[in-house]
Design a protein around this ligand. Structure first.
Ligand code: M6R
Length: 620
């Protein structure tokens, strides 16, 4: 989603801004721009493109010969107004230039107000009203800080913005409300600003995450003034930049997504190591597991509400199956964009679990704030420990997946399920289901091995992916805790290959969706054998679809394939290690990720940055 960088007092600011924007490319964007303030003349130079950063870089190299030390840059993910050059940021007037991330909800009212001052707008964006208002107030004699403060008092919505003034090449002002924004400093005390630590990791050694409501003035001499939402000057804590957030590297893989799929055995292991220990008792050789305490009191928790978006939501749905079946704790799972608008009932002894890779997803954050405002304990499962969600939650359970660059989430998803599995194991132990807890702990500690074995055979999916790449629609079947994985498989397929795909609970098919099936429609079925599971029920559902002409491909295990043979059913089968109902969702996530990857590869699309998508969705 929109990304912001800015520098003040840095030699060759234009280069630095372009490099900062390159680091933000992973967030997803459709246009970009840069504004520089000339030191002597105070001239504002704005260069924008409706294309990629490489195009912007080319335009800057060919069209800019100044030597500015101060400037701001932006990658735009269009919300209001098409991704055109006019709508790209920075939005500039004679006096100022501004970049913004967020949505100004009352932009229509502000447009009218500006019209009454005789100011007309050139773009279709919500952002331009902020630029025009600051510029208007500044032109009428307000200081830069006053112009920003007065404008902020007029705007409603979420924002992180940076603004430069033609008459103040020594300064950048920035502010945030809702959307994330950070200030960085290098070892020489030179200041910068960015949407996240990744944007600043090449330039800054320390960082301050601004609080919601903060306004900061950054000066070229290294002075930094921060004002809180009451306009009181405040000090905020510098933190070292996490090396993990340094510029990402594909490490020889063709795509970040491929690298991240293959990292899963080690990212799951990293996550597990933090939550569950394993030891061999030397006397009798018994494997012992040690469940590290999370600080949550499972004896006091009788209900769980899980809130998340997209792939993280599906991790929550898997947890619902786990917690309800094994710990007998009722679980509600909500997509974050719906949660607070449906005025949900609040339960006694209930905990909210908010799941997010980025920790910056606007809907998930808004839902967390809503639930906390009702006095509820809220825990966050996040991959970015410095994120807003992590900072605002009452308890944080980090995933240790490392920076996930590909827009399509893979390793963060399995790490989220790992943490949820650990929470289940801890809950079972606390609630006196000691044996089940110990069994699950042992099982989960071996999942990375099973995933490694599954990864060794992934290329076998290549012929299927080739066929799928020509399909118009694809259906995924799963039941039980594999139903969320069927939906996740369909989501991955949609976002990467742009092929329409849906995941269904296989038994639901005959209640409507079966009408879609005609000759050759591909159906991917997640159907490992498990002794007390739904294997035979899924087989019946497959038969119903096959009779109507569907082309069935089954992801299963040896035992499953043997049973298909016994029943005389000849489907294309893809084999994975034996699992239980508990571990199956984690293992079967891998082939559905890989299938989507290979299908997209066949279609020659941009795998790491699919069209229209953003890595961190910071607007509602
Ligand atoms: O950062 P989050 O986990 O909060 O993001 C939630 C979704 O936007 C995200 O999972 C999205 O669905 C991915 N692109 C899926 O691959």
């Amino acid at each position: 989603m929109c990304g912001i960088v800015g520098f003040v007092g840095h030699k060759n600011a234009a280069n630095k801004i372009i490099n900062g924007l390159k680091r933000l490319e992973y967030r997803g964007y459709d246009s970009a721009g840069i504004a520089l303030v000339e030191k002597g003349s105070g001239k504002l130079c704005v260069i924008k493109t409706a294309g990629k950063i490489a195009d912007l870089e080319h335009e800057v190299q060919s069209g800019y010969s100044g030597s500015s030390e101060t400037g701001i840059g932006h990658t735009r993910w269009a919300t209001h107004g098409k991704p055109t050059k006019d709508n790209a940021h920075p939005h500039a007037t004679e006096f100022i230039a501004l970049v913004h991330n967020g949505i100004i909800e009352n932009y229509a009212d502000l447009r009218k107000r500006l019209a009454s001052y005789g100011i007309s707008l050139y773009s279709d964006t919500d952002t331009e009203v902020v630029a025009q208002m600051i510029s208007f107030l500044f032109s009428k004699g307000a200081s830069p800080l006053e112009a920003v403060q007065q404008t902020i008092s007029l705007i409603q919505g979420a924002y992180a913005f940076g603004v430069v003034f033609n008459k103040h090449p020594e300064m950048v002002i920035c502010a945030r409300q809702g959307s994330p924004l950070a200030v960085g400093t290098d070892v020489d005390g030179r200041l910068s600003l960015g949407s996240d630590a990744v944007a600043l990791s090449g330039f800054a050694s320390q960082i301050i995450y601004l609080e919601s409501g903060d306004i900061a003035q950054l000066y070229s001499n290294g002075n930094l003034n921060i004002f809180d939402k009451e306009n009181n000057e405040v000090k905020r804590q510098w933190q070292p930049i996490d090396k993990d957030q340094a510029a990402p590297d594909k490490k020889g893989y063709e795509h970040f997504m491929l690298k991240e799929i293959f990292e899963q055995p080690s990212t799951i292991k990293n996550t597990l190591t933090h939550y569950i220990g394993r030891a061999v008792n030397k006397t009798d050789n018994v494997l012992e597991t040690n469940i590290h305490p999370s600080g949550l009191n499972w004896n006091q928790i009788n209900h769980i509400t899980i809130v998340a978006c997209g792939t993280s939501y599906y991790a929550g749905l898997v947890a619902k199956y786990w917690f309800e079946k094994y710990a007998r704790i009722p679980v509600e799972v909500d997509v974050a964009s719906e949660y607070r608008y449906r005025t949900p009932p609040i339960y006694e002894k209930s905990i909210g679990i908010f799941i997010s890779q980025s920790g910056e997803t606007a809907d998930t954050l808004a839902a967390l704030r809503y639930m906390r405002s009702l006095g509820h304990m809220c825990a966050a499962i996040v991959n970015v420990p410095t994120s807003t969600l992590a900072r605002e939650a009452d308890a944080v359970l980090p995933t240790f997946a490392g920076t996930e660059v590909s827009v399509a989430s893979t390793k963060a998803f399995t790490a989220q399920m790992t943490v949820l599995a650990y929470m289940l194991i801890e809950a079972l132990k606390t609630r006196n289901c000691i044996d089940l807890s110990a069994d699950f702990a042992k099982e989960i500690l071996d999942i990375n091995e099973l995933i490694s074995r599954a990864l060794d055979t992934m290329q076998k999916l290549a012929p299927l992916a080739k066929k799928l790449s020509k399909a118009k629609d694809i259906i995924y079947f799963g039941r039980g805790a594999l139903y969320p994985i069927a939906m996740e498989g369909a989501l991955k397929m949609k976002e990467l290959s742009y092929i329409h795909a849906e995941g269904y609970a296989a038994g639901e098919m005959k209640h409507g969706p079966i009408a879609l099936i005609d000759k050759g429609m591909p159906i991917i079925v997640l159907c490992p054998y498990d002794k007390d599971g739904l294997f035979h029920k899924v087989v019946s559902n497959i038969c119903e679809a096959e009779t109507r002409g569907a082309q069935i491909s089954v992801l299963t295990c040896n035992k499953g394939r043997a049973l298909f043979k016994e029943m005389g059913l000849k489907y294309s089968t893809y084999l994975y290690p034996e699992t239980t109902q508990f571990t199956a969702p984690m293992l079967y996530s891998i082939p559905v990720q890989f299938l989507a990857y290979l299908t997209a590869l066949n279609r020659g699309v941009d795998i790491d940055q699919p069209r229209n998508l953003a890595k961190s969705v910071t607007v509602e």
